[in-house]
Design a protein around this ligand. Structure first.
Ligand code: PXP
Length: 237
C-alpha cells in the first residue's frame, strides 16, 4: 500500500499571513524524506491554498510522484497540460465548499470527462477519477478511459456508528476489488485519520491512499513542543 500526502494545508497556513512560511515545497521534501510515496496538491479555482507557482516549483522538486488534484475547468486544465504532473486526479469542485464534498458524477458527464482524459493522455499523463464507491461510476470511469479511480472514503470516515462504518467499509472494499478486476488502478482517500485508516489499509485491492488533513493536524501537535522549546531557548538566553 502506497501513501501519498496532500500538503494543501501547509499552504493554507502560509496564506493566512500572505508570506512564504511554511513553504509547501519544503513540506513536500520532509514528506518524501519520511518515506511518502507521493505528494498531492489541489489547485482550486479560487487558489485558496496551493498557488500556480507552488505547482510549478513542486513539478521540479518532487522526486517521488506529483499528483495534481483539480476540477475539470479549462483554466486549470491548461496549467496542468503545461506542468505535466505524474498523475491528474479529477474531482468535482464547488467554489463555496470547505473541501471536496462529493465524488464525480462520471455517469452524467461521460462525454465531457472523456474529452478531458483524452487531452491528458495526449500528453501521456495518467488520470484518476475521484468517485463514490459505486459500481456504475466505476464502469463509467473505465468506459471513458480513466487509468485509475480514487474511492471517496469521506462517508466512511464520517460514519456516526460502527454498524454504519462497517457498511460503508464493505462498499469501499467491494468497489476496490471490482475496480481492480476491470484493470483500473485503485486509490482511496478523504477524511482518513489515525483512528480509521487501519481497516482501509488492509484492503489489498487498493494501491494507494491519499491523506492530508489528519497528517498536517497531527504534525502541528507532534511538532509544537519542539517549536516552543526552540523559541524559549532564544527568548530566555
Ligand atoms: N483525495 C481527494 C480527491 C481530496 O479532494 C482530498 C482532500 O483534498 C483528499 C484525498 C485528502 O483528504 P483529507 O485532507 O481529508 O485527508
Amino acid at each position: 500500500m502506497n501513501l501519498s500526502i496532500n500538503i494543501d494545508h501547509i499552504a493554507t497556513i502560509r496564506n493566512a499571513r500572505g508570506g512564504t512560511e511554511p513553504d509547501p515545497v519544503a513540506a513536500a521534501e520532509i514528506c518524501e524524506r519520511a518515506g511518502a510515496d507521493g505528494i498531492v496538491v489541489h489547485l482550486r479555482e479560487d487558489r485558496r491554498h496551493i498557488k500556480d507557482k507552488d505547482v510549478r516549483i513542486l513539478r521540479e522538486s518532487v522526486k517521488t510522484k506529483l499528483d495534481l488534484e483539480m476540477g475539470a475547468n479549462e483554466d486549470i486544465i491548461l496549467i496542468a497540460l503545461e506542468v505535466v504532473p505524474d498523475l491528474i486526479t479529477l474531482v468535482p469542485e464547488k467554489r463555496q465548499e470547505l473541501t471536496t464534498e462529493g465524488g464525480l458524477d462520471v455517469v452524467a458527464q461521460k462525454d465531457k470527462l472523456g474529452r478531458v482524459i483524452e487531452r491528458f493522455h495526449e500528453k501521456k499523463i495518467p488520470v484518476s477519477l475521484f468517485i463514490h464507491p459505486d459500481r456504475r461510476q466505476i464502469d463509467a470511469s473505465k468506459e471513458i478511459g480513466a487509468d485509475m479511480i480514487e474511492l471517496h472514503t469521506g462517508e466512511y470516515s464520517d460514519a456516526v456508528n460502527e454498524t454504519e462504518q462497517m457498511r460503508l467499509f464493505k462498499q469501499i472494499q467491494k468497489s476496490a476489488v471490482y475496480g481492480k478486476s476491470i484493470e483500473l488502478g485503485v486509490n482511496a482517500g478523504h477524511g482518513l485519520n489515525y483512528g480509521n485508516v487501519a481497516r482501509v489499509a488492509e484492503i489489498g485491492a487498493i494501491d494507494e491512499m491519499s491523506i492530508g488533513h489528519s497528517i498536517i493536524s497531527r504534525a502541528a501537535f507532534v511538532g509544537l513542543e519542539r517549536a516552543v522549546k526552540e523559541m524559549l531557548a532564544l527568548v530566555k538566553k
